[in-house]
Design a protein. Structure first.
Lengths: 427, 643
């Protein structure tokens, strides 16, 4: 029997683990619950500290996955059951019906152009729209459309316009069972529910956004086509505030841990706003600026010196809405020992990273030992990828919050560990 | 010149087709000289589109193919494969980008977009006419890896690779393994002693040394490097002063007359290190006076003070650089060097380690301190000097502070920003606050001043949070110093043609998605050699680097860049500018035969050439051309565009 590895989650961590194993000549099944691989990284605009466009560096790797003869991609899929042990995990996978024949669809997009139904696009954090037959983003891999039956009205216009005859409303979900020698969990993260801080106004005020929403607004393929606008009135913002540690480093309402990426993406987004709009004022409210990785401190310094981003050490006690959906931010400037109120056009909240729901489901299914925050317990500091279940490894934020370079390094490490299990089982 | 071209214009659904009149383009192109067939199709990348090309190559005996569709980044490999499968050399394929370069950016100017598309395809056709078939070169990769550096990163990479079945040679400049971790006391986040982290990794080494998969060279110095990806030769020198027979009986230490101060205490010039690998004595050659007493007393005859250097040439298919870091030595900052009681965090680790001094004391008095003060960012985050953050110091301070608070009354931490980003370390920081450790935020515009007052240390510091100028009395000041690139980084950088970034650590291929690769194929980096990081992240990188090094070795061969430079030896004046400028060290000046004439000219080692074209641009006599990007090919395109 050929030895295979299962990689759960096709964000950058899962992609990297799958590619490394496949390049070693190992057969990999990569499963993903959305219609495309790419995960959160595909949604980001630019990346710190090099300001590389996220999609530009990620999509070639997504294409590599799509093309690799050793990788089987299963999108719209979920793990239903895992049993067995190292070297012999029996995994039941449910491949949800997409009502489009994978073999026939060419990804031309005519169906979506004709589809009359508009649905908020999850990929754009619901800020943009998609159709009931859709791909989440233009770079979708594999490039195959999916019908969202929850919103489809079955007008069957798509069926009529599809030259490839790929639409199949009778398609059924299928359950497959396969055996894997090792499993890598790379299920990424969810966002902390920042509505738990009603005083910061998210969900109540139109111009309070999360950081991921801002990424989509900044992104050229996002809902505003990359134009920085307030979605409430289309006005170009003049003053923007970033509020750090919303849910991180807070043992009362939020999570006691540091989410490790928020300082850097806030610095990056603040710089981007300054690059886009030269007369914009950007303030970042922080507890500690944690610019700890390679080139990060230099990036932080340049944002303050060259781009004149204002960094204010202090906590925000309240965000209030006034006329025109403008926002008043009340904060303490600790270094100047003042309590101040200032008016902003947009407020961006940086929420804590938490384990994804999908991850918690799998963890419960296999009784995976977790820490009190829901991240995987690891064997020790020199075994960061090893969960407490033999033969099951973890990569990326499923282990604990980390940025993209640390994620890809850990993903390669998880691949190495999975490969060694295969070697061990062989002998 | 190729005269039977097949040209294919893709609609890409509506992406190109709704802006560019693909049919009109195809028709226009069909009339060009040299074009055998010109077609348009909804989706060239689909199976049906690909089969169209396959059939035409076979039936019409095409000698070149042009596809006008999307960016070559996406589908050039696809269409090249189609050509190869149909018996056409893949370099006879040319692509025009009608989507990103035309329809997407001109969506509101349909008529002009179609005209531009015609021009783009015409240019591609002119180039395709002039393309040459280039044979692909496959080079074998030796299934042997070299790991440079025997710290926790190098050890992890090496053990991963031997477990995966590859031969590994590990070289370390010190006479023992373990690197910086060996000398750590309580490490975060679990409070484990450094040697105990190394123990399980070192425990499996003998098994692989025995079965021959692992060779370890200690006290090794790299003399020279030759070869290229897949086939490197590294010449190293080693000297073995202590032989395998040493059983640590300790008689040599008794007779050694040389006392050396080391880490706040004394040792002899011959000494042992707890939990070291190998379990042997070590000689401090800097301080040894060669009296020979140890040699004569050793019951096993294991000591040879006059051991000669031996030279070994090691083969390697792939190389992992894991050279780690050195501690920044403070230059009179915060009273370092003036008061014995100002020490580095490294030394403090030796104090609290049970394998070190295992005693917390004030160096000048030997007494237990009442107040211990930590100062962060010493040598890190400086305006001049090291601008970078050393990433581990805040977390390391928390672990040490938490520990020392059990034994001393006051612990004070002077910090700039608290960066306890490692897993569980934010919680550690909170614990530190809960158990009564004092935190004072300072900034670089008013850094703390350390002086002595009535036999104790006095620190004047402006507390940024309260705005108060404070005077603190303390007994022991601990400086968390920066991680800096080791002194021999420069040497290794030039030996292996691996660049460094502005922080002096090695430069990765891409800081975001390729932190483990270097621009030089076959050479990888792991751990702090790339930039400061903690044990957890170093180990993850190291085992990640191991699989990166394993991939080409598992394949056993690799197709190297076919688009390389070519030297016209006749016109070459051997000025050497190309050799200077080549970032890959791929050019040598060598005597060659040009016709019947012997002359010196530049020559390109194709296995090392990456086809960047720097030499071609730099050559004054214009005698280096790039395959696949020859002057006539490019001029053909320019002419097509301008005429």
């Amino acid at each position: 029997v050929e030895k295979k590895v299962l990689v759960i989650g096709a964000g950058i961590a899962g992609i990297q683990s799958a590619l490394d194993l496949a390049d070693m000549g190992i057969k990999v099944t990569l499963i993903e619950n959305t219609p495309t691989i790419g995960g959160h990284m595909a949604k980001l605009d630019k990346t710190f500290p090099t300001m590389d466009c996220s999609a530009c560096i990620l999509t070639p790797r997504m294409v590599d996955v799509g093309r690799h003869e050793n990788i089987q991609i299963l999108v719209n899929s979920e793990v239903v059951n895992i049993c067995g042990k190292k070297g012999d995990f029996k995994v039941k996978i449910k491949v949800n019906a997409r009502y489009v024949d994978e073999k026939k669809c060419t990804g031309c997009g005519t169906c979506a152009q004709k589809c009359p139904i508009e649905v908020p696009n999850e990929f754009d954090k619901d800020l943009g729209i998609r159709r009931a037959i859709y791909i989440p983003c233009p770079q979708t891999v594999p490039l195959i459309y999916t019908i969202d039956r929850d919103h489809c009205v079955e007008c069957k216009l798509c069926e009529r316009v599809c030259d490839a005859e790929a639409i199949n409303f009778d398609q059924n979900s299928v359950e497959i069972e396969e055996t894997f020698s090792s499993i890598i969990i790379a299920t990424g993260f969810g966002e902390f529910d920042i509505r738990k801080y009603p005083r910061l106004g998210y969900g109540r005020f139109k111009n309070v956004y999360t950081a991921l929403e801002l990424e989509r607004i900044l992104n050229a393929s996002g809902p505003t086509g990359g134009h920085i606008l307030r979605l409430s009135d289309g006005k170009i913002p003049k003053r923007v505030a970033f509020i750090q540690c919303v849910g991180s480093r807070d043992h009362r309402i939020g999570k006691p841990y540091c989410s490790r990426v928020c300082c850097m993406y806030a610095i990056k987004n603040a710089t981007l706003l300054k690059e886009h709009l030269s007369d914009i004022e950007v303030s970042v409210f922080y507890m500690d600026i944690r610019a700890f990785g390679k080139g990060f401190e230099e990036f932080y310094n340049s944002s303050a010196k060259r781009f004149k981003v204002k960094y204010i050490k202090g906590r925000v006690s309240e965000v209030r809405e006034v006329e025109n959906n403008d926002l008043i931010v009340r904060f303490e400037n600790i270094l100047e020992e003042k309590c101040i109120e200032e008016k902003f056009d947009m407020v961006i909240l940086c929420p804590a990273l938490v384990p994804s729901k999908q991850f918690l489901k799998i963890a419960e299914m296999i009784k995976l030992p977790l820490d009190e925050h829901g991240f995987v317990k690891i064997r020790g500091q020199a075994e960061q990828c090893s969960t407490l279940i033999d033969g099951i490894f973890v990569a990326g934020v499923a282990e604990s919050p980390k940025d993209i370079p640390d994620t890809v390094a850990q993903a390669s490490s998880a691949a190495m560990n999975a490969y060694l299990v295969l070697k061990e089982v062989e002998t | 010149m190729n005269s039977k071209l097949g040209v294919y214009i893709c609609h890409c659904g509506a992406n190109i087709g709704s802006v560019v009149d693909s049919k009109a383009v195809a028709e226009y192109i069909s009339k060009l000289r040299g074009v055998k067939i010109s077609r348009d199709f909804m989706y060239m990348c689909s199976d049906r589109g690909q089969n169209l090309i396959r059939d035409d190559i076979k039936n019409l005996k095409l000698d070149g193919v042009v596809v006008a569709s999307c960016s070559p980044r996406m589908h050039e490999p696809t269409f090249r494969r189609v050509c190869t499968e149909s018996g056409l050399n893949k370099y006879l394929f040319e692509m025009a980008n009608l989507r990103e370069h035309c329809s997407w950016v001109h969506s509101h100017e349909k008529a002009s977009a179609t005209e531009k598309a015609k021009l783009l395809v015409k240019m591609a056709v002119e180039r395709a006419k002039r393309l040459d078939s280039i044979p692909s070169t496959i080079i074998p990769i030796k299934k042997e890896a070299l790991v440079i550096g025997g710290g926790i990163s190098g050890l992890t990479s090496a053990t991963n690779l031997v477990k995966a079945g590859f031969k590994v040679r590990l070289i370390e400049k010190k006479p023992y393994l373990g690197g910086n971790v060996l000398k750590l006391g309580k490490t975060f986040p679990f409070g484990i002693e450094g040697p105990e982290i190394l123990e399980p990794i070192q425990a499996i080494l003998p098994k692989y040394i025995k079965n021959g998969l692992l060779e370890i060279y200690l006290g090794a110095e790299i003399e020279s490097v030759s070869g290229y990806f897949g086939n490197y030769q590294i010449k190293i020198s080693t000297a073995k002063y202590i032989k395998e027979e040493c059983d640590l009986c300790g008689k040599c230490i008794e007779v050694c007359p040389v006392k050396v101060q080391d880490e706040l205490s004394y040792r002899k010039a011959i000494y042992s290190i707890p939990k070291s690998f190998p379990k042997k004595m070590f000689i401090d050659k800097k301080n040894c006076n060669l009296c020979g007493k140890c040699e004569s007393i050793c019951p096993k005859n294991a000591i040879d003070l006059s051991a000669k250097k031996t030279i070994n040439t090691l083969d390697a298919g792939t190389i992992i650089i894991a050279t780690g870091f050195e501690d920044y030595i403070p230059k009179n900052e915060y009273g370092y060097g003036q008061s014995k009681d100002v020490i580095t965090l490294r030394l403090f680790h030796r104090m609290i380690s049970k394998y070190g001094l295992n005693k917390i004391f004030v160096p000048s008095t030997g007494k237990k301190p009442k107040t211990v003060i930590f100062i962060s960012c010493v040598g890190s985050r400086q305006e001049t000097g090291h601008e970078y953050c050393s990433r581990v110091c805040c977390s390391a301070i928390m672990e040490c502070a938490k520990y020392v608070k059990k034994y001393v009354e006051n612990v004070i931490i002077l910090y700039r920003d608290l960066r306890t980003v490692a897993r569980y370390q934010e919680e550690s920081y909170r614990t530190c606050r809960d158990i009564g450790i004092t935190f004072i935020k300072y900034s670089l515009d008013a850094p703390p001043k350390v002086s002595t007052k009535e036999g104790r240390l006095k620190i004047d510091v402006l507390d940024k949070l309260s705005g108060l100028q404070l005077e603190i009395n303390g007994d022991l000041v601990v400086l968390a110093t920066a991680m800096v690139a080791p002194k021999d980084t420069e040497k290794i950088s030039s030996l292996f043609h691996v660049s460094r970034s502005s922080d002096n650590f090695f430069l990765e291929l891409h800081p975001k998605l390729n932190p483990l690769l270097t621009p030089t194929e076959g050479i990888f980096i792991a751990g702090v050699a790339q930039s400061p990081k903690d044990i957890t992240d170093s180990v993850a990188q190291a085992s990640g680097a191991a699989i990166k090094a394993a991939i080409p070795m598992a394949k056993g061969e690799v197709e190297i860049e076919s688009i390389t430079g070519e030297v016209n030896a006749l016109n070459c004046s051997a000025c050497g500018i190309c050799k200077e400028i080549c970032p890959y060290g791929a050019i040598e000046l060598k005597e060659t035969m040009v016709g019947r004439m012997k002359k010196i000219s530049a020559q390109i080692v194709t296995a090392m050439c990456k086809g960047c074209g720097a030499c071609s641009a730099a050559c004054f006599s214009g005698c280096i051309s790039m395959k696949h990007f020859k002057d006539d090919q490019l001029l053909g395109m320019i002419n097509a565009c301008l005429r």
